[in-house]
Ligand binder design. Sequence first.
Ligand code: 2NE
Length: 270
Amino acid sequence: MEFQDIIYEKYNGRAKVTINRPNKLNAFTNLTLQEMIRALVDAWTDKEVGVIIITGAGDRAFSVGGDQSIRTKEGYVDTSEGYAGLGNLPLANNHALLLQLIRTIPKPVIAMVNGYAIGGGHVIHVVCDLTIASSTARFGQVGPRVGSFDAGYGTAYLARVVGEKKAREIWYLCRQYSAEEALQMGLVNQVVPPEKLAEEVENVCDTLLSHSPTALAALKTSFNADSESIWGIHSMAGIALNLYYGTDEAMEGRNAFMEKRKPDFGKFRK
Ligand code: 2NE
């Protein structure tokens, strides 16, 4: 399989998807997300694969979410012809499909967080089964600052992971959290020095691959069952998000970020 925005590798029972846009802090476009979807479907259907790793290229970022440089009132305008063959879906829909796929694949998915996990990139790690982070990793949501929101898995599922108060704080205040803080709030499973990150992820993969795949699949599905209704909220919020992107208010957030200035949202208060 040939990809432009990701590196897809399979070895020793692992499938590894690396978002490969390091000069953009691994911000994603529609093409990036569709390539991730295609790789994950391959990993799902390959009997040799028992565990999946998602990470980002370089040592600065896992992913910082949607690529703001291509965002317009029409949403994220990706010029890649036909994207990765999955049709010209809006970015929020591609992102939603990716999140649901990560949850649905009956194999453990590990987020290997090597730097910034921000915005839609943060939500990708949130829905992974396990997160192993470098001590240099930084976590956070930025939507209310940049004119976006990722409600559903980004909010309701996050609240199950870290609790209602903390989830609201993460979204409303748009703070960044260190790896240690993420560990304390149950947002990640393990924190290791950056030079040990790949080795520790390999150790966890070895453990998972030594266990019964059917037991793991049944457990994953059962963990999901109770939160599956969030998919409905997520889908509805995607419709709202696509409408919101067409507003001056949302564009003020995006433009302020790109122009490296503070947004002026005061005039939109109702
Ligand atoms: C990521 C963060 C915290 C990094 O801060 P810092 O201070 O370390 O670096 P800086 O200078 O802000 O960023 C470095 C370069 O990366 C670009 C910046 O524009 C900058 O470019 P240059 O000035 O060097 O040319 N960059 C960073 N994030 C980018 C992005 N997302 N798209 C394009 N270029 C980006 C800080 O940069 C930050 O807060 N970034 C904003 C992240 C963001 O807005 N993400 C999108 C959220 S919306 C989303 O992901 C989403 C959703 O809400 C719903 C559905 C789907 C997706």
